[in-house]
Ligand binder design. Sequence first.
Ligand SMILES: [Zn+2]
Length: 247
Amino acid sequence: MINMSILKSLGLSINPKLHVTVLTGAGISIESGVPIFRGKGSMWEIPEARRLAMRASPPWNNKETWEFYEWRRKLVSQCKPNAAHYTLVEMENYFENFCLITQNVDGLHIKAGSKRVLELHGNMWKGRCMKCGKIIDLPETPLKTLPPCCECGYPLRPHVVQFGEPIDNKILIEALKASKEAELFLVIGTSGVVSPASQMPILALENGAKVIEINPNPTVLTPYMSLSIRGKAAETLPKLWKSFFTD
Ligand SMILES: [Zn+2]
């Protein structure tokens, strides 16, 4: 139950100059119906997904990899952003220094209208050329040809960080900077076990930020949080945001 000024209780006051950084994970997408990637109820329990995933292989710019991605893209194309995604758009519009970091590749933050999003693991609606480095928007599914090709003619790979691959260094540096500079840091729907994203709330805390976690379940981060709220993001975040403006 959120019925008081959470910010005030943390010693902060609402104003557009407050530095706010948000980290989102699978939890916010699950509430939009995006199939989860790990654990119980994940897409690995679907035989078709397992079969396609096993055929996807490096260097990822092949037909087999795209067949797996097209399977996922089709599912996600039916998912809509939820109230939590839209609340983050409102927050971006209000705060002058706002940074949204996400571990999700479904593109739902951008679909909702978020402008400045650091997508740590890439975006399934984009392809990347391994020859010229260009990143190409691929908003339509099904794609006409698999694999889709770059303007230079070379086959594209999905612009998604594969298991074991490093995060783009430029994005990582920006995300760490935004974590350090935050006065308020929100951790939404992420369990805090996947590094380096899991280090970001800790980095924020170490640099004096107040960190609020929203998650239906306790996580490894919970003991360190300034405040931990048990609940679904789509229900809790709009209430939390509203509470910022109450006395
Ligand atoms: Zn190219």
